[in-house]
Design a protein. Structure first.
Length: 132
């Protein structure tokens, strides 16, 4: 009997198993770039757009109906959605999210999805490509 000899197994959990390829920026909402078709997953890294109104502004995934929507905003300007922040001209506007219809943290995109804007224009979507 050897008290230093052990039996069993070790499981190593990786919280993010994906390798990242170069990011792709799209100026329209059609997620159809061929470079995106072979990826395991896509992640919306950043979205920038200009509001044309202070009410009813939204970014919508037409295929899944997921959206990031605002009832009212303090003013018009450039919105930047990135990570855990949503800024309007450098001001945090997360409190203005319409949480009854928004899926901000769960907003997802897939190859062949279409994103569109309500009461906003000139989008720039930066897509992160993930592979296993």
């Amino acid at each position: 009997y050897d008290s230093w000899q052990g039996k069993g197994s070790i499981t190593i959990h990786c919280s993010d198993p994906f390798a990242r390829l170069s990011e792709i920026t799209l100026s329209n909402g059609k997620i159809t770039d061929e470079r995106l078709s072979s990826c395991y997953a896509l992640r919306l890294k950043r979205a920038i757009f200009i509001t044309t109104s202070t009410s009813g502004v939204a970014m919508v995934n037409e295929n899944t109906a997921e959206r990031i929507a605002f009832k009212t905003l303090p003013n018009s300007g450039t919105i930047k959605v990135e990570g855990d922040s949503i800024l309007l001209g450098g001001q945090n506007i997360v409190p203005y999210i319409d949480y009854q219809v928004s899926t901000w943290k769960e907003f997802s995109i897939h190859y062949s999805d279409t994103l569109y804007l309500k009461n906003a224009k000139d989008p720039a979507y930066t897509i992160e490509r993930l592979v296993l």
